[in-house]
Ligand binder design. Structure first.
Ligand SMILES: Cc1ncc(C[n+]2csc(CCOP(=O)(O)OP(=O)(O)O)c2C)c(N)n1
Ligand SMILES: CC(=O)[C@@H](O)[C@H](O)COP(=O)(O)O
Ligand SMILES: [Mg+2]
Length: 628
C-alpha cells in the first residue's frame, strides 16, 4: 500500500504520477472504510482527494500555508500529514478533530468550522509574510458554498485591490450542503458549462503556439484577443474584474492537468483564483448520487450505502419542522428562512408544502436575519431557522435591525447546547448570553418536544417584537405530542416537583437531568424542588421573589456558558433588589471551549449530570442524609 509509505507530505514528492493516482484511490477506500464506523463529512472529503494530493506534492506545507475554508474537507490533508493512524478516533472524545486543529499538527495553520473565513485569513497571512520580508505561498481552499458567504466577498474586494501574491482554489462541486443557491452559483455554472468558450480559448492558444517567435506587438495583440474572447464569450469574468487572475475551470479529479494548472498558477504575480471543478462524494456511488445526505453522515453500511439512523423519539428538529407546517397552514404570514441548512433545520418537508415560503439564502446569516426584519416590517411572520452557533454570524443584525426597531422576527434556534462530534466551533452555548442582554428580546427553551410545540404557538401568537425558542441536537423525550399546541403565558416558569431542601432552576434538557437527581435524592429523604425555567427572558420575577422569601438554596442549571448566561441573570435579579442572603450556585459551562465528543461526554466533562447536581445539593445543604 502506497498510503502506508506516506508519513509526511515530502514522501509524496518521490512518487510518479501513476503512483499519485493510485494513492488517490487508496485514500478514497480508506475514507469510505473508516468513516463507515466513525461517521463524518464523507462527501466533501471524497471530492478533494486529488486536489489535496496535488497541493501537498507541489507546495511545501507548513512553510507554505494551506487554509481550508470551513475545514470539514481536511481529512485528506490530515492523512497526508501523518495522522492516518488516528482516524479510528475521528470526532471522538479526545480523538482526532473533524476540522483543522493547530494543536494537532504544524500543517494545520488555520482553524475554522464556520464558513467563509479562509480568504480573510489568507489576506492577513499574506500581509504578515510581506511585512516580514518572507516569500512563502499562501493558498486558500474555499468551496462554492463558502464563496457565497459575505465575509468571502469582503475579502475578495480587499484582495483584488491590494494585489497581494496569494492563491485561491475555488473547489466548485455545485453543492453547499444542499444544492448551492444564488447568483454566484449560477455564474459559476455558466463558466463551468461554457464549452464553446473553453474550446475557442484552446483554439486561440493552439494558434498562438503555432506562430513561431512572434513579435512583441503581435503577442500582446494575441493576448488581448484571447482576453477579449474571454470577455466576449463569458460575460465579464467576474473574478478578473475584481483583480484576480482567473484560471480554469479545471477538472479537479484529473491529477496531471490539475498539477499543471497549479504550477502555472504559482507563477502568476498577484492574486490568482484557480477554479477547480469536482464531484462531491467522488468515488462512492451513494455519496455521488446524494451528496446532500452524504455531506455529513453517521455510521453506514458500505455495500448498501444504508446510513444507520439513531433510534428513539423524533429529534427536536423534526418536531419543529412538522409543527411549523401546522402553524403555517393557519397563518399565511409565516415564511421560513434558512442560511444554507434546509435539511439540518428540518425544513425540507415544509418546503414541499410551501415552496414559496421557505427561502434558502445560502451561507448568508447576516443577510438572512435582516431580510427577515424587512419581511416583518411589512407584516409577515418570518421564522429565522438557524443553528445557535451560526446565529453568532448575524449578531449585529439581531441587535441593530431586529431588536432595536422591535420587529416581529421569530428565531428558531436549533443545535442549542452541546452538539457532540462537531465540537468547539459548533457548540450552541453562547446564545443565552448574547440574546438575553438585548432589549425587546423574549427567549425560551422547552423541557421537551411537547413544550417546543407550545412555544412555537406562543411565538406565533406574540406580535410584540422579536421572540426566540432554542432546542437541542438530541432526540425528544418521547412525550405524547398529539394535542394541538397551546400558548404559554410569557415569563412564567413551571414547578415540576415540589421540595424544600433546595430548588433547581433548570433550562431545557437540564429539567430531565434535575428530575433524575431529585429521584435519587428523594430515596434518601431529601426533597429537591425542580423548576422548569422555560423563560430565560423575561425571568419569572414573581416566582424568584417567592423563592427569596422562602430562603431556599437555589441552583441554576443550563447547558450554556455560565458567564452571562441564565444563572447570571438570576444573580443580577437578586443583586439589583438588594437580596443578598441567599445561597445560589450556577451550574453550566465554565470559561473555556468544550471540544468534540458525545453530548454525554461533554456534559460529564463540565459537570452537567444528575450526579453532579446531587453532590451540589448535598454540599449546599449539609444536613445529614436520612435513610428513607
Ligand atoms: C457560517 C456558517 N454557516 C453555515 C455552515 C454550515 N456548513 C458547513 S459546510 C457548508 C457547505 C459548504 O459548502 P462548500 O463551501 O461548497 O463546501 P463543500 O462541502 O461543497 O465541499 C455549510 C453550509 C458553516 N459551517 N458556517
Ligand atoms: C461542517 C458544518 O458546519 C456542517 O456540516 C455541520 O457539521 C452540520 O451539523 P449537523 O450535523 O448538526 O447538521
Ligand atoms: Mg461545494
Amino acid at each position: 500500500m502506497l498510503l502506508e509509505q506516506i508519513k509526511q507530505p515530502e514522501d509524496l514528492k518521490r512518487l510518479s504520477m501513476a503512483e499519485l493516482e493510485l494513492l488517490a484511490e487508496e485514500i478514497r477506500q480508506f475514507l469510505i472504510e473508516k468513516l463507515s464506523v466513525t461517521g463524518g463529512h464523507l462527501a466533501p472529503n471524497l471530492g478533494v482527494v486529488e486536489l489535496t494530493i496535488a497541493l501537498h506534492t507541489l507546495f511545501n506545507s507548513p512553510e507554505d500555508k494551506f487554509i481550508f475554508d470551513v475545514g470539514h474537507q481536511a481529512y485528506v490533508h490530515k492523512i497526508l500529514t501523518g495522522r492516518m493512524d488516528k482516524f479510528d478516533t475521528l470526532r471522538k472524545y479526545k480523538g482526532l478533530c473533524g476540522f483543522v486543529k493547530r494543536s494537532e499538527s504544524v500543517h494545520d495553520v488555520w482553524e475554522a468550522g464556520h464558513s467563509s473565513t479562509s480568504l480573510s485569513a489568507a489576506m492577513g497571512m499574506s500581509i504578515a509574510r510581506d511585512l516580514k520580508g518572507e516569500n512563502y505561498k499562501v493558498v486558500a481552499i474555499i468551496g462554492d458554498g463558502a464563496m457565497t458567504g459575505g465575509m468571502a466577498l469582503e475579502a475578495m474586494n480587499h484582495i483584488g485591490h491590494e494585489k497581494k501574491n496569494l492563491m485561491v482554489i475555488l473547489n466548485d462541486n455545485e453543492m453547499s450542503i444542499a444544492p448551492n443557491v444564488g447568483a454566484i452559483h449560477n455564474y459559476l455554472s455558466k463558466i463551468r458549462s461554457d464549452r464553446h468558450y473553453l474550446k475557442a480559448k484552446e483554439e486561440v492558444e493552439t494558434l498562438l503556439k503555432k506562430i513561431p517567435a512572434i513579435g512583441e506587438t503581435l503577442a500582446k495583440t494575441a493576448e488581448k484577443l484571447k482576453d477579449s474572447l474571454k470577455y466576449l464569450v463569458v460575460s465579464g469574468v467576474w473574478f478578473e474584474e475584481l483583480g484576480f487572475t482567473y484560471m480554469g475551470p479545471v477538472d479537479g479529479h484529473n491529477l496531471p492537468l490539475l498539477m499543471d494548472t497549479l504550477k502555472q498558477a504559482e507563477k502568476v504575480n498577484g492574486p490568482v483564483l484557480v477554479h477547480v471543478v469536482t464531484i462531491k462524494g467522488k468515488g462512492y456511488t451513494p455519496a455521488e448520487k446524494d451528496s446532500h445526505t452524504w455531506h455529513g453522515v453517521g455510521h453506514y453500511k458500505i455495500e448498501s450505502g444504508q446510513v444507520l439512523k439513531a433510534v428513539g423519539p423524533p429529534m427536536y428538529t423534526e418536531v419543529f419542522g412538522n409543527t411549523l407546517i401546522e402553524l403555517a397552514e393557519q397563518d399565511p404570514r409565516i415564511v421560513a428562512v434558512t442560511p444554507a441548512m434546509p435539511s439540518g433545520s428540518g425544513l425540507l418537508k415544509f418546503a414541499s408544502h410551501f415552496p414559496n415560503r421557505m427561502i434558502d439564502v445560502g451561507i448568508a446569516e447576516q443577510h438572512g436575519a435582516t431580510m427577515c426584519a424587512g419581511m416583518a416590517s411589512e407584516g409577515m411572520k418570518p421564522i429565522f431557522a438557524v443553528y445557535s452557533t451560526f446565529l453568532q454570524r448575524a449578531y449585529d443584525q439581531v441587535v441593530h435591525d431586529i431588536c432595536r426597531p422591535n420587529l416581529n422576527v421569530t428565531f428558531a434556534i436549533d443545535r442549542a447546547g452541546f452538539v457532540g462530534p462537531d465540537g468547539e466551533t459548533h457548540q450552541g452555548v453562547y446564545d443565552i448570553a448574547f440574546l438575553r442582554t438585548l432589549p425587546n428580546m423574549v427567549l425560551m427553551m422547552p423541557k421537551d418536544e411537547k413544550e417546543l410545540r407550545d412555544m412555537m404557538k406562543t411565538a406565533n401568537d406574540y406580535d410584540d417584537g422579536p421572540i426566540a425558542y432554542r432546542y437541542p441536537r438530541i432526540n425528544g423525550t418521547g412525550v405524547k405530542i398529539d394535542e394541538a399546541p397551546k400558548s404559554i403565558a410569557i415569563g412564567t416558569w413551571e414547578v415540576i416537583k415540589e421540595g424544600d431542601r433546595a430548588a433547581v432552576l433548570a433550562v431545557g434538557p437540564m429539567v430531565q437531568v434535575a428530575e433524575e437527581a431529585a429521584e435519587q435524592l428523594s430515596k434518601e429523604g431529601i426533597q429537591l424542588r425542580v423548576v422548569n425555567a422555560r423563560f430565560i427572558k423575561p425571568l419569572d420575577e414573581a416566582y424568584l421573589l417567592q423563592l427569596a422569601n422562602e430562603q431556599i438554596p437555589l441552583i441554576t442549571m443550563e447547558e450554556g456558558s455560565i458567564q452571562g448566561g441564565f444563572g447570571s441573570a438570576v444573580l443580577e435579579f437578586f443583586a439589583e433588589r438588594g437580596i443578598s442572603a441567599l445561597t445560589i450556585r450556577n451550574l453550566g459551562i465554565a470559561d473555556y471551549f468544550v471540544e468534540h465528543g458525545s453530548v454525554k461526554e461533554q456534559r460529564q466533562e463540565v459537570g452537567l449530570t444528575a450526579q453532579h447536581l446531587v453532590a451540589e445539593v448535598l454540599a449546599l445543604t449539609p444536613r445529614k442524609r436520612q435513610r428513607a
